[in-house]
Design a protein around this ligand. Structure first.
Ligand SMILES: *Cc1c(COP(=O)(O)O)cnc(C)c1O
Length: 422
């Protein structure tokens, strides 16, 4: 018996359905997570027709507006300096533990919040290369985010090391054979992005970590484009170090601080280079010489950015409640629908795809290229359609599973179609 003889319409599947607006609405109706969208400020703002840039700056949660207001009134104004003793100083480790549990697969005492991704990346990479004396090379790839490449260029010249470059395919990322070709007994450190910021390629973290370890190297993963949408098992996969930002899929707000993961057994060995008072063993002893704190706190430097850490707490709590596996499942549905739209609507107008088609190798955004994208961006913004332009000709469609609807995605691609069709 088929479903239609029961009177129920067959459920459309993402691959089979023609990507019409009706199909998009149908997917929204069948989406168990659809109700969370209303929890984001601005999700009912008619002037924002389609926000497809949650991979660059996530929307704020309504809960964060309440939290920020209450912090100002009750904690900052109400508790004043007493707040430091009453919990503020402990926030980097506390939020780090919550993030580790909800999204990273990291046990307590291994994640801290602070600095920017760039600065934490420097601190952890510098510590890692110092822990492999005698090894003269750092492995990275030409498609990694500029800050990752620039920080490592600086470390290489500071420490007299050589950068070994992997050149991934335009629509791909770093695979085991690519890493295998450059690893050697000279490799001190490997630095890779879990999800490539441009192509959206999802690297096999488990496999590549084991490969780096076989060569005797340490590995640092940049999780900026995966944290909050793609689950990781940092502890189980034996990852040494990781960093990521909190303003993309963690909705921490513009300039919110980064997070860093240092595996437990490295904490007493690795020494980070910015020795500040709040990473020292006894900050309020005001001692003469630096002695590193025990545990993850040794990787902090100065005063924790307490105000910047407010909003991310709401998103981390929401991820914990919904479950990262359900979020990943919706993310795959959204990118699959985006690919269907690309094939049906954008490819016939001359656009090309610069992202993997295999859902298992794809993060939560896809990149579409067309020579005229730069010129149509102002018109799209004017219409309240906000994708992410990447020089020279790419548009990233970033899909944040709890705040993006299928209808919103459809409207965004339809506006791009309209502009391309002239
Ligand atoms: C967004 C992003 C960064 C950002 O670094 P900041 O110091 O927060 O500006 C770094 N690396 C990757 C891979 C990113 O996607």
């Amino acid at each position: 018996m088929t479903e239609s003889t029961n009177g129920a319409a067959p459920a459309p599947t993402f691959e089979a359905a023609r990507p019409t607006f009706d199909a998009a609405q149908e997917f929204d109706l069948r989406d168990d997570l659809r109700g969370y969208r209303a929890g984001f400020l601005g999700s009912d703002d008619a002037a924002i027709v389609s926000y497809l840039d949650g991979n660059s700056l996530g929307r704020p949660l309504k809960a964060s507006a309440a939290r920020i207001g209450s912090f100002l009134q009750n904690q900052w104004a109400g508790r004043l300096i007493r707040g430091w003793d009453e919990g503020w100083l402990a926030l980097p480790g506390k939020i780090g533990d919550e993030l580790g549990r909800a999204a990273l697969g990291a046990g307590p005492g291994q994640v801290t919040i602070g600095d920017s991704t760039t600065v934490l990346l420097y601190k952890l990479c510098r510590a890692a290369v110092a822990a492999r004396p005698g090894r003269r090379e750092v492995v990275l790839d030409t498609d990694n985010f500029p800050t990752d490449r620039f920080v490592l260029e600086g470390i290489a010249s500071e420490c007299g090391m050589t950068l070994r470059w992997i050149r991934p395919a335009h629509d791909g990322g770093v695979r085991a054979q690519d890493l295998g070709a450059v690893l050697s007994e000279q490799t001190a450190l490997v630095v890779l992005s879990h999800v490539a910021y441009r192509s959206g390629y999802l690297a096999d973290m488990h496999l590549l970590t084991a490969q780096a370890h076989e060569a005797g190297a340490l590995i640092l993963w940049d999780l900026c484009h995966s944290v909050g949408v793609v689950p990781t098992e940092l502890d189980m996969w034996g990852v040494d170090l990781a960093v990521g930002c909190s303003y993309k899929y963690l909705n921490g707000g513009p300039g919110a601080p980064a997070f860093g993961y240092v595996r437990q057994d490295h904490q007493a060995v690795l020494r980070q280079p910015i020795q500040g008072w709040l990473g020292s063993a006894d900050p309020f002893g005001m001692g003469e010489r630096y002695e590193a704190a025990a545990g993850i706190r040794a990787f902090t430097s100065g005063t924790p950015p307490v105000v910047g850490m407010l909003a991310m707490q709401d998103m981390i709590a929401l991820i914990d409640k919904v479950g990262i596996a359900s979020i990943r499942a919706k993310s795959i549905s959204l990118t699959t629908f985006a690919l269907r739209l690309f094939d049906d609507v954008l490819a016939p107008l001359g656009a090309s795809l610069a992202s993997p088609r295999d859902a298992q190798r794809r993060g939560s955004h896809i990149t579409v290229e067309h020579p005229t994208f730069q010129t149509i961006m102002p018109a799209l913004w004017e219409k309240g359609v906000i994708p992410d332009f990447r020089n020279p000709s790419g548009i990233r469609l970033g899909l944040s599973p709890l705040s993006t609807s299928f209808a919103e995605l459809w409207r965004g691609v339809d506006a791009i179609r309209e502009e391309l069709a002239g």
